[in-house]
Write a protein that binds this ligand. Structure first.
Ligand SMILES: [Ca+2]
Length: 522
């Protein structure tokens, strides 16, 4: 649907070290820059020198001093031109490193910088102040395994084919780790995988673990999962080969709950001092009334969203203690991000590394009387995204961007930053256009959301949606049930307008567009 055409972001690309080839390459890619920066000064200098060398010029002026000066100007221009070209070549010789900091189950507002009054995320707030934060970033499927398959493939679930937690069907050679490694990158993955077994042979460095907040090490000692993520990420950075660009994905398990544990969220002891004396605000629609407004196949006690609400939020005391531990886990991830970024700085890599922070899905904090994710409500599909790209110019840094960016855009953005052509089947778009282009690029104003049924329609029914900033259309395929929300007036999606005759035209329009985008996502 939003097929990104292969782009080359880095000016001079494949021509290597030869200035003439580079100049030709540059002519095709950036003719204005070539004319202004190279052809124009060279032409002026050559013309002046030729004019000055003509005999009548010499006869009339007899000024050897002037000739020497003009010679220096001419040589200077040639040197400037060569340096202009080789400067670009040397930038090209040093491809950008990639660091993906990938949290688990964070929602759009699990960040201090996003206005959350409780959670402390100073490192990520700084990253946002130095880069760009995307305020309307969403996932196309709100669940761990499928969203991660979309991260690596840049494809909707309908195309990559992982409809749960199994390996996706898209060839490895069409994923960002696969393509980067093929193009000379040292590629690592740390932490959660959740798409079948991690293909260790496809990585230069990999670890895979998730599910528990405290993990037993080989010597019998216990380590917190976020500390283990940190340890592994640092090992990757400290043992990587010199002279090779790298790509590291740090896939945290926090703040995901430990599903089988009644405590759910188990932070490190040192974090327990945090948030001790605060009261976490309860969402306005964390109510029985809101729960009862859900379609009955979701708004019932058997539904897994309701079951997990029971695990976490069914008393005010539980809500407070669970939310505080959730935020403690988030602050621990923030702190580990700080340690990893400090190591990049120590190694002198900050100026040449694309840093992305995001997560796989959002989370209900008891809104609609639900827990966890899966369904198309805002809490479930909107997730944080911060990008700090060395190519960003100063005025862009610290800004927010309100376009609909998606998890399927991450792979195209990463590959484009590395100057690698995108596979034809990749569906997302290179987001760097949103912060590198001088003029505002054309961008999507709506997208198709999809989630499969898991286990049974009683457990987690399938859901789909057409998402816009002002309206949202839900479709529950097993029940052939539609819902329509005016997001502009009803941002917490409490009032279903699908049976209101006043909105029948809007419903028809949304239904039609939904079908078109659904078909394009296949
Ligand atoms: Ca998740």
């Amino acid at each position: 649907m939003y097929n990104a055409s292969p782009t080359r972001e880095r000016g001079i690309g494949s021509s290597g070290k030869y200035p003439l080839a580079c100049a030709l390459d540059l002519y095709w890619e950036e003719p204005t820059r070539l004319r202004v920066g190279l052809v124009f000064p060279l032409a002026c200098a050559s013309g002046l020198y030729w004019e000055a060398g003509k005999s009548n010029f010499k006869r009339n002026f007899h000024d050897e001093y002037l000739m020497n000066k003009l010679t220096r100007v001419f040589v200077g221009c040639i040197l400037a031109a060569v340096s202009f070209l080789t400067g670009s070549v040397s930038a090209d010789e040093k491809p950008m490193n990639i660091l993906v900091l990938y949290a688990d189950d964070w929602r759009n507002d699990t960040l201090g910088v996003a206005g959350n009054p409780i959670v402390k995320t100073p490192v990520l707030d700084d990253l946002a102040r130095n880069g760009v934060r995307f305020t309307h970033n969403c996932v196309t499927t709100s669940i761990c395994g499928i969203s991660r398959a979309s991260l690596f493939t840049g494809q909707w679930m309908s195309r990559h084919g992982n409809r749960s937690f199994k390996p996706w069907k898209t060839p490895w050679e069409e994923t960002y780790p696969g393509l980067l490694r093929e193009n000379g990158y040292h590629v690592g993955h740390v932490g959660k995988w959740h798409n079948g077994r991690i293909p260790k042979d496809k990585f230069d460095f990999s670890t895979s673990y998730y599910g528990k907040h405290w993990i037993e090490e080989k010597d019998g000692s216990k380590i917190h999962v976020t500390q283990k993520n940190e340890k592994d990420a640092l090992e990757f950075l400290k043992t990587r080969p010199d002279g090779k660009p790298f790509c590291l994905t740090v896939a945290f398990f926090a703040t995901h709950a430990e599903d089988s544990n009644p405590l759910q969220f188990l932070p490190q002891p040192a974090s327990m001092e945090l948030y001790k004396d605060v009261e976490v605000p309860v969402p306005s629609n964390a109510t029985q009334e809101s729960f009862e407004r859900l379609p009955d196949f979701v708004g019932n006690e058997k539904n897994e969203g309701r079951v997990r609400w029971g695990w976490r939020f069914d008393t005010p005391e539980k809500f407070q203690s669970m939310m505080k531990n959730y935020y403690r886990l988030a602050t621990e991830v923030d702190s580990t991000c700080g340690t990893i970024l400090a190591e990049l700085k120590k190694q002198g890599l900050s100026e040449n590394t694309l840093v992305i922070f995001t997560t796989d899905n959002g989370y209900y904090h008891a809104e609609h009387g639900l827990g966890d994710k899966w369904y198309p409500h805002q809490e479930s599909i909107r997730v944080p995204l911060i990008i700090d790209d060395p190519r960003m110019k100063k005025p862009v840094r610290g800004q927010t961007n309100e376009e609909f960016t998606l998890n399927v855009d991450l792979a195209p953005t990463i590959l484009s930053a590395a100057g690698i052509e995108l596979p034809k089947g990749m569906q997302g778009s290179d987001m760097s256009r949103l912060y590198l282009a001088d003029a505002k690029p054309q961008w999507r104003s709506e997208f198709f959301y999809e989630h499969p049924m898991l286990k049974s329609t009683d457990f987690i029914p399938a859901s789909e949606a057409l998402v816009r900033k002002d309206w949202k259309y839900f479709y529950w395929p097993e029940f052939d049930r539609e819902q329509l929300f005016n997001i502009a007036n009803d941002p917490i999606e409490e009032h279903d307008l699908s049976s209101d005759p006043a909105h029948s035209k809007k419903l028809e329009e949304m239904r039609k567009r939904f079908a078109e985008l659904k078909s394009a996502a296949q």
